[in-house]
Design a protein around this ligand. Structure first.
Ligand code: NAP
Length: 288
């Protein structure tokens, strides 16, 4: 049975291709001045999902007319060797953005590696300098996934002023920066997590809900106020092995005003915002 739906979809693929058109134009303008935006992607180890992610990032760079290098190292790589590579990339004038794909093998301290990336090339936005800049509202690189969510809200002309936003999840890469971005746009923000008592009592009051947990069906129709905007960051597998989000899409679609699908929602936007950050890193160099 096909259920009737009321929510409008926010299509991450369509929005991405629109934004990537603009990225390609700005990249071409830089190239005409002799500067090719360059991204270095560093992958350590054999995590199969990481391989897919880095391939997609490198491919997106090529499609936008950007330069990219993929550096792949064995899982046995030492921390000192990785730090030496980061140091070289920090000094490489052809590289404007550096991304170290996580997770890293256990002998490597991911925090130390991220802090070794120059904040001027931190296009993932994970460096404490980037996190601090977001916190105090100064220019810096915003983490790509929550940045993409903000673009999705922008795309429907949604004004956050006076709205109540509930973020489910408080990771450093999604939940916390998401909450800060929403706050910066004058939403009243509630952050929920695994210690939150009665999640539903919070989500039912929300005009905007961002689900960033990593568990299926964290958000169901009975937890959503009619007309709310629902952004699904989660990436999970259902029983059939198909990609799905944190939100019960079919159920919530009947209550929400807007909803993002999985796949085809936040996922493509994340890569698009990585391109935006890399382009902006190169544009800042060009403006020096
Ligand atoms: P994470 O680091 O595991 O954080 C998950 C958060 O969810 C934590 O803050 C945790 O609370 C909270 N949580 C766990 N169970 C909960 C529950 N029952 N109710 C409320 N909160 C709960 O994950 P992440 O890196 O933020 O990623 C979240 C999801 O987004 C994952 O599915 C990931 O694959 C996906 N993701 C997608 C993209 C994309 O491009 N589409 C990018 C990044 C991540 P505690 O802090 O208390 O443990």
């Amino acid at each position: 049975m096909t259920l009737p739906t009321t929510a409008q979809r926010i299509d991450g693929n369509a929005l991405s291709s629109q934004l990537r058109g603009d990225i390609a134009r700005r990249t071409a303008a830089l190239r005409a001045r002799g500067l090719i935006p360059g991204l270095a992607v560093v992958l350590v180890g054999d995590n199969p999902a990481s391989h897919v992610y880095v391939r997609n990032k490198v491919k997106a760079c090529a499609e936008a007319g950007m330069h990219s290098v993929l550096e792949q190292y064995p899982a046995s790589m030492s921390q000192a060797d990785l730090l030496a590579r980061i140091d070289a990339l920090n000094r490489d004038p052809q590289i404007h953005g550096i991304l170290v794909q996580l997770p890293l093998p256990p002998q490597i301290d991911a925090n130390l590696v991220i802090e070794a990336i120059s904040p001027t090339k931190d296009v993932d936005g994970f460096h404490v300098a980037s996190a601090g800049a977001l916190m105090v509202g100064r220019p810096g690189f915003w983490p790509c996934t929550p940045y993409g969510c903000m673009k999705m809200l922008d795309s429907i002309g949604y004004s956050l002023r006076g709205k109540h936003a509930v973020v489910i999840g408080r990771s450093n890469i999604v939940g916390k920066p998401m909450a800060l971005m929403l706050l910066q746009q004058n939403a009243t923000v509630t952050v929920c997590h695994s210690g939150t008592a009665n999640l539903k009592s919070h989500t039912l009051q929300a005009d905007v809900i961002v689900a960033a947990v990593g568990k299926r069906n964290v958000l169901t129709a009975d937890m959503v106020k009619p007309g709310a905007v629902v952004i699904d960051v989660g990436m999970n597998r259902n029983d059939a092995g198909k990609l799905c989000g944190d939100v019960d899409f079919d159920g919530v679609s009947q209550v929400a005003g807007y909803i993002t699908p999985v796949p085809g929602g936040v996922g493509p936007m994340t890569i698009t915002m990585l391109l935006v950050n890399t382009l902006e890193a190169a544009e800042r160099v060009a403006a020096e």
